[in-house]
Design a protein around this ligand. Structure first.
Ligand SMILES: Nc1ncnc2c1ncn2[C@@H]1O[C@H](COP(=O)(O)OP(=O)(O)OP(=O)(O)O)[C@@H](O)[C@H]1O
Length: 323
């Protein structure tokens, strides 16, 4: 669906995108993740033919984004960061007009609008004027606008920025359902680490205009960070002895706690507890901390994605087991 080679965009002396090679297959849901100014929007704007690359090539839906702009545009939907829908029209009419603008007949545009209103849960509000819709409803209407011509590929630039957590969750659910129902390939950009983690089967981390990691969230976390097992003991002396029992692992002792870095925390815990029990050193608490994508980013760049304005929180996932 997407194939780029050395895709680059310079704005005077700013290297917004600096040689990106990217392949996205049909049906994938890919999240482009990165801090402010990383080059995510610029990449999307080149892929959607809105701005030409400085150098490199990109083929989208089988066509070159510079030489075959029209063909590309017919086959993609793009929902930018602004609000595409107007204000005084009813949502349904906006959708039908958009369909007509893409050359659809009135009947086909009406039918498609009805289908999307249903898919995106807009049934109760589609006949109200757009100005009266909530932020989340408008965002869903924007997405319906981008899908009116049934594109096989949808680009979403920060779909849930500005929405409250409930509306975000609701929008995410709709995007996933749309994808399942219409088999749409989706490329979205986001600052929300948890959004990338839960929605995308592939995460491409961009920093300073370059791809610094590209894999499934699970593999990124396992490869770059791994799990942390925290074992608690009654005394510091027990902790020191336990460290000797578990020697050979990547471990650190802090007071009455042992911290062990491993690739597969939950699988390692039973064996470790058994070894400790046999040594007469039962742990009094066990905690497995799984990494977040922010830990991956921190590991890769030495910076947290939460710093410097990206500022969206995602708590580490912790599984607490009292023993
Ligand atoms: N039209 C432009 N003129 C000059 N510089 C630009 C222009 N558009 C983007 N840039 C610069 O290019 C870099 C990448 O910007 P881009 O908007 O692609 O980042 P982003 O990853 O989408 O950031 P954000 O998360 O804040 O949306 C930034 O340094 C930005 O200031």
């Amino acid at each position: 669906m997407i194939e780029t080679r050395g895709l680059t965009k310079h704005f005077k002396d700013v290297r917004a995108v600096d040689g990106i090679d990217l392949t996205v297959a049909r049906g994938e849901l890919v999240a482009l993740l990165g801090p402010n100014g990383a080059g995510k929007s610029t990449t999307l704007r080149m892929l959607t033919t809105l701005i030409p690359p400085t150098s490199g090539t990109a083929r989208v839906a089988g066509f070159d984004v510079v030489r075959r702009q029209r063909e590309v545009r017919q086959r993609i939907g793009y929902i930018g960061q602004g609000n595409g829908a107007g204000h005084s029209q009813r949502g349904r009419d906006e959708l039908i007009s958009q369909g007509r603008a893409y050359g659809m007949g009135v009947r086909a545009a009406r039918a498609r609008a009805a289908e999307l209103i249903d898919s995106l849960g807009l049934g109760e509000v589609a006949d109200r004027t757009v100005a009266t819709l909530s932020g989340g409803q408008r965002r869903r209407l924007d997405i319906a606008m981008g899908l009116i011509h049934a594109p096989g590929l949808l680009f979403l630039d920060e779909p849930s920025t500005g929405l409250d957590p409930q509306n975000r969750a609701n929008l995410q659910e709709h995007i996933l359902r749309l994808r399942a129902e219409h088999d749409t390939t989706i490329v979205l950009t986001t600052h929300y680490l948890d959004e990338a983690d839960s929605m995308a089967e592939r995460v491409i981390v961009v920093d300073h205009g370059r791809v610094i990691a590209d894999d499934s969230p699970e593999r990124l976390k396992a490869e770059h960070v791994g799990d942390t097992i925290l074992l608690g003991f009654d005394t510091e002396a027990d902790t020191t002895r336990a460290a000797r029992v578990l020697l050979g692992r990547e471990l650190t002792a802090y007071g009455q706690e042992l911290k062990i870095r491993t690739q597969s925390g939950p699988r390692q815990v039973p064996g470790m507890l058994e070894d400790l029990r046999l040594a007469g050193l039962p742990a009094v608490s066990v905690e497995v901390a799984r990494p977040t994508l922010d830990d991956v980013f921190l590991q890769l760049t030495g910076r947290s994605l939460r710093e410097g304005g990206a500022g969206h929180q995602s708590e580490p996932t912790r599984e607490l087991v009292e023993v």
